[in-house]
Design a protein around this ligand. Structure first.
Ligand code: SGN
Ligand code: CA
Length: 529
């Protein structure tokens, strides 16, 4: 009994100590070892239109707020996707796995299998407060998020609908990029502050139909937008499938839908095709929004139609006119995305969160801004294969760093896990970027695997490939073709050297590497002709 009486208080003391240690430890974890993660994500944002990537548009179209993340953090110079299309890229980000492993191989088909492991679920289970706002595009209802408000499918720029967690749909007046930002900030305001957060703020912009905010109409009217060298690509010396594409500014950029020349503005003037899709975005606008939109576009369209009717455009000039119209609208939608980044960074500053938050700016894939004569993405060519990845993490990432390792969207989930101090499951195919962020010596991958499984939108065939720092091999199983590019000598990928005897050894090395990667990632058999 005496013994017990003596032991009892000491047990209480010990238990008390453990409790105190536990509380102290978990607080230490919350503050230091469990940083917040703010993932700002856009749709179809090509690195050439982000000035910190120092591309040809950097001077005419600066993105000062995204550049702030870059200046205070790192621009990953060689960041790529594994499958250059929306839903698949997003599924890869959530799972850390290539498309064939997470099952979401194309936009069409059944929705994302929510029964599988995702990084959102893992963070939520480990005490993170989680939310996704904006474009989701995975069809099935988000899981692993405490809060979500998402667009149905692609979403709209004007007065968009947000699906609510109870399944109801709410149409909200305003501009999608601004509304997404405001909803993200509102969630930050209302969140449980005792735990770290993981917030995915996911914009529709600058996706087709490239509809700018009213305040940005005309933002690029006074600048000369440089044309890409390959605007008039003839598709020779590469796979025969290139010429069959349906994503050319010349032949496929829709007059009303893309170029914003509405049918009822044209009077007697007949424009050449294509002219198929009408003006769904315009039709969503309020009378007041339409008035401002028209006040900007109508006089310009009238000038254009007059000049066109007077025969002032030859074929080449017509493509150039459409290119400029495309770029002005695309870059204007980027301006609102950049504003969003500014507002979110300000929020972090104003609430003392900047120091302990990893901020990432990224986009689901790249996009063609006239290169090869195109808009859209999908191909393994550089412009759509590349994904922006810019990250700030004060005290961890050196300000102004420009890592050049070959990174891919399979790496995001393991990165978030390591940042949050959570063990990385074995089946994850990507690798944590934290060692690169912290500039540790690391034995990094030397090649990337690519797969594209869609069945025909924009007439891009299924293709698969491997890229090293210098070369790229693409296999087109449907036509049984191989294309090899020397990215140093031919950065615009205008001539395949697969049958050039000088490249015979590179060709066989890359074929070997392609095979190795396919085994390593346990890729399914290639589709048959
Ligand atoms: C829509 C677009 C296409 C675009 C795909 C995929 N047409 O179908 O131009 O390639 O989405 O984009 S649109 O008329 O709806 O704008 S993705 O980003 O969702 O993958
Ligand atoms: Ca996209």
């Amino acid at each position: 009994m005496l013994d017990h009486m003596i032991k009892f208080p000491s047990a209480v003391v010990r238990y008390g100590y453990a409790l105190v240690l536990c509380v102290v430890f978990s607080q230490a974890l919350t503050a230091e070892d469990r940083p917040n993660i703010l993932f700002i994500f856009s749709d179809d944002h090509a690195i050439n239109s982000i000035s910190s990537y120092e591309g040809t548009l950097a001077e005419v179209a600066p993105t000062p707020n995204i550049d702030r993340i870059a200046k205070e953090g790192a621009v990953f110079l060689n960041s790529f996707c594994g499958n250059s299309i929306c839903g698949p890229s997003r599924a890869t980000i959530l799972t850390g796995k290539h498309s064939h492993k997470n099952g979401f191989m194309r936009n069409t088909g059944k929705g994302f299998d929510q029964s599988q492991w995702t990084v959102a679920k893992a963070l939520q289970e480990n005490g993170y407060r989680t939310a996704v706002i904006g474009k989701w595009h995975l069809k099935t209802t988000p899981l692993g998020f405490d809060h979500w408000e998402i667009f149905p499918g692609q979403g709209s720029y004007y007065n968009p609908v947000f699906i609510q967690p109870d399944g109801s749909q709410k149409r909200v007046e305003g501009y999608a990029t601004d509304l997404t930002t405001e909803k993200a900030i509102k969630w930050l305001e209302e969140r449980d502050e005792s735990e770290p957060f993981f917030l995915m703020c996911q914009h529709k912009a600058p996706h087709r139909t490239f509809a700018p905010a009213l305040r940005h109409l005309g933002a690029f009217d006074d600048v000369e937008i440089p044309e890409p060298d390959t605007l008039f690509d003839d598709y020779r010396n590469r796979s025969m499938t290139l010429a069959g594409n349906e994503m050319e500014i010349d032949r496929h950029f829709d007059w009303a839908y893309d170029a914003k020349v509405r049918k009822n503005e044209r009077g007697e003037v007949k424009l050449p095709p294509p002219d198929r899709y009408g003006t769904p975005e315009y039709n969503r606008m309020t009378a007041e929004q339409k008035e401002k939109w028209d006040a900007y576009f109508s006089p310009k369209n009238q000038d254009f139609l007059k000049a066109f009717a007077a025969g002032e455009f030859d074929h080449r000039q017509m493509v150039q006119w459409k290119y400029r119209r495309y770029m002005r609208n695309y870059l204007s939608t980027v301006k609102a995305v950049d504003d969003s980044v500014g507002r979110l960074l300000d929020y972090l500053d104003d609430h003392g969160l900047a120091e302990n938050t990893l901020v990432i700016y990224s986009s689901d894939q790249g996009f063609y801004l006239g290169e090869h004569g195109w808009y859209d993405k999908r191909w393994m060519f550089e412009e759509s294969f590349r994904m922006p990845f810019i990250a700030r993490w004060p005290g961890k990432i050196r300000a102004g760093a420009k890592p050049d390792e070959l990174i891919q969207n399979i790496d995001y989930a393991p990165t978030f896990l390591e940042v949050a101090g959570i063990e990385i499951p074995k089946e994850i195919q990507g690798r944590s970027l934290v060692p690169i962020m912290k500039q540790r010596d690391v034995d990094w991958r030397k090649s990337l695997y690519y797969s594209y499984y869609e069945l025909g939108e924009h007439a891009v065939p299924q293709h698969f490939g491997v890229r090293t720092d210098r070369h790229k091999l693409i296999h087109f199983p449907m036509t049984n073709e191989w294309n090899l590019f020397d990215l140093e000598k031919d950065p615009n990928e205008m001539r395949s050297v697969h049958d050039d005897p000088k490249y015979a050894s590179v060709m066989s090395e890359l074929r070997e590497e392609f095979k190795r990667l396919r085994e390593h990632y346990e890729a399914p058999p290639l589709p048959k002709r």
